[in-house]
Design a protein around this ligand. Structure first.
Ligand code: ZN
Length: 441
C-alpha cells in the first residue's frame, strides 16, 4: 500500500472535528475591534498564539517601507452619537462596525446636517451596517443601517469617538516551520478587519489551524505563515525581508474561506507557476464546481507579493471572492454567513494543496533509451494488484516517458489526464525500483 505521507496524518473525521474548532476560533475572535494597527490586532494574535506559537513583531509608526510609511497606531474604547435626550442612537458597544475604522477622536455637538456628512449607510440593504475605513485620510464618522439613518430627526446630537491615533506600532504575526529544504511556502492572511466573519476571520482561523496541523508533520518544504494587516502589513513584511524572499517558491493568500460558495483560485501574476498548476489540478479533480481567475492588481496582499519588483509565485484562495457576495463588508458578514463545514472543507483544500506541493517532485528516467522491461523487474506485480490496473500501467508509462528532469508529477498528471495520486504512486514504485531518480534543483 502506498504511503501517502502527509495525507495519512489526517483523516476525514479529523477534518469534521476541525470544522467545529475553526468555527470556535471565528466566534471567539468575532467581538474584537481590529484595524490595521492597535490592541485589537494584538489581542487577536495573542489568541492565535494559543493555537500555534506565532511570533509577534512590532514595527514603529513612521518607519519607511518602500513608498509607504507605517501609520500611527489607532485604538478605540468607545464611540456613540447621542440625541438631545441623552439616548445613544448609534452605539459602538452594539457593533464595532458603527465607527468609521481609524476614526480620529471627536467630541462635539452637531446638527443633523453636519452629522449626516459623517454617516455611511447602504440604502440597497437597509438592515445592514456597512464597514468603512479611513486609514490614510484623517476623518471621523459612523456607519449605521439605512433604516436607523432614516429615523434620525432634526436635533442637536452629541458625537463622541473615544479613540487615539498616536505614534505606536504596527503589529503582525509570523510562524515558521523548518522543513528539509530552505525553500519556503508562504501562506498569508489579513487580520485587520473588525467583526466580519468571512472577510477574514475565516482566513485567520484556517491559516492558524493549518499551521498547527503542519507543525507536527515531516515536511520537505519550510513553511512561513503571516498574519498581517492588509496592504501595509505585506508591504512592511516585504520591506523587512527583501533579502530572503527569493526562498519563497510557492505562496497562497487565504481569505473569505468560510461561506458556502465554491472555491475560487486567483492565479499568480506569473500565471504559470507551480502553485497555479497544483491548485488547478486539485480543483479540476474535485467533485465541486470552481472558478479560476487570472491575476489582476486588485484584491488582497497578492497585490504586493506579485508587484513587479517581487513577482513572487503567490496565488489567492477564496470561496466567493471579495465584493461578489452581498454581505461583503457589512454587518451581515456575521457568524451565520460562515459554517463549520465550509471552514473544514477549506482547511482540507489547503492541506491537499500542501500535500501535492510536498509530493510534486521532478524525476529523471534512469533507463531512457526505449522502455525498460517492467516484467523482468517484477513491476507487473504492482500493476496487477492495483484496483485500476489498466490506468495504473498507463500512469507508469507516462511517468517514465515524461521524467526528463523538466516535468513535475503535476505536469505529468495534467498532460496524461490521470489523477495526481495515481501518477505519484507510480513514481514511488519506479523510484523504489531505481528506474527514476529525483531531480534536485
Ligand atoms: Zn475586506
Amino acid at each position: 500500500m502506498k504511503n501517502n505521507g502527509l495525507a495519512d496524518t489526517v483523516k476525514q473525521t479529523d477534518f469534521d472535528k476541525m470544522g467545529a474548532e475553526l468555527y470556535r476560533v471565528v466566534s471567539d475572535l468575532f467581538p474584537i475591534c481590529r484595524s490595521i494597527t492597535g490592541d485589537g490586532v494584538r489581542e487577536t494574535l495573542q489568541y492565535i498564539k494559543k493555537v500555534v506559537p506565532v511570533e509577534l513583531h512590532e514595527i514603529s509608526s513612521g518607519t519607511k517601507v518602500f513608498d509607504w510609511t507605517v501609520p500611527k497606531e489607532w485604538n478605540i474604547r468607545d464611540a456613540y452619537v447621542k440625541d438631545s435626550k441623552g439616548k445613544r442612537v448609534i452605539d459602538f458597544n452594539k457593533s464595532n462596525l458603527h465607527v468609521l475604522n481609524y476614526s480620529i477622536p471627536v467630541k462635539k455637538k452637531v446638527s443633523l446636517q453636519e452629522l449626516q456628512e459623517h454617516l455611511f449607510t447602504l440604502p440597497e440593504y437597509p438592515d445592514w451596517i456597512p464597514y468603512r475605513t479611513s486609514y490614510y485620510k484623517e476623518n471621523w464618522g459612523f456607519c449605521l443601517s439605512h433604516k436607523d439613518f432614516e429615523k434620525l430627526k432634526e436635533d442637536s446630537y452629541e458625537v463622541f469617538v473615544d479613540s487615539t491615533l498616536q505614534n505606536g506600532y504596527l503589529t503582525f504575526g509570523e510562524y515558521f516551520i523548518k522543513g528539509q529544504l530552505p525553500d519556503e511556502v508562504l501562506i498569508s492572511t489579513h487580520i485587520c478587519h473588525p467583526s466580519l466573519c468571512n472577510d477574514n476571520l475565516s482566513g485567520i482561523a484556517m491559516t492558524a489551524l493549518l499551521a498547527k496541523q503542519l507543525s507536527n508533520a515531516d515536511l520537505r518544504y519550510s513553511y512561513r505563515f503571516l498574519f498581517i494587516p492588509g496592504t501595509i502589513g505585506s508591504i512592511t513584511w516585504l520591506a523587512m525581508n527583501e533579502k530572503n524572499v527569493s526562498k519563497i517558491k510557492h505562496g497562497l493568500v487565504v481569505a473569505c474561506v468560510g461561506d458556502a460558495g465554491n472555491f475560487t483560485y486567483k492565479k499568480t501574476r506569473q500565471g504559470n507557476a507551480e502553485i497555479d498548476h497544483v491548485v488547478m489540478n486539485i480543483l479540476e479533480n474535485s467533485e465541486s464546481d470552481f472558478k479560476l481567475i487570472d491575476f489582476f492588481p486588485y484584491g488582497y496582499d497578492e497585490r504586493q507579493f506579485c508587484s513587479p519588483g517581487f513577482n513572487l509565485p503567490v496565488g489567492c484562495l477564496m470561496r466567493t471572492p471579495h465584493g461578489e457576495y452581498p454581505e461583503y463588508h457589512t454587518s451581515a458578514d456575521d457568524l451565520e454567513l460562515v459554517g463549520a463545514k465550509n471552514l473544514a472543507a477549506s482547511l482540507k483544500m489547503c492541506f491537499t494543496i500542501v500535500n501535492v506541493l510536498e509530493e510534486n517532485k521532478k524525476y529523471i528516467n534512469q533507463n531512457p533509451k526505449c522502455e525498460p522491461q517492467l516484467g523482468r523487474r517484477g513491476i507487473y506485480r504492482h500493476i496487477g494488484g492495483h484496483p485500476d490496473s489498466r490506468k495504473f500501467q498507463l500512469a507508469m508509462l507516462w511517468v517514465l516517458n515524461s521524467s526528463d528532469g523538466h516535468h513535475s508529477l503535476v505536469d505529468i498528471a495534467e498532460r496524461s489526464g490521470l489523477q495526481f495520486g495515481l501518477i505519484s504512486e507510480a513514481a514511488e514504485i519506479l523510484a523504489a525500483e531505481n528506474l527514476l531518480k529525483e531531480s534536485v534543483g
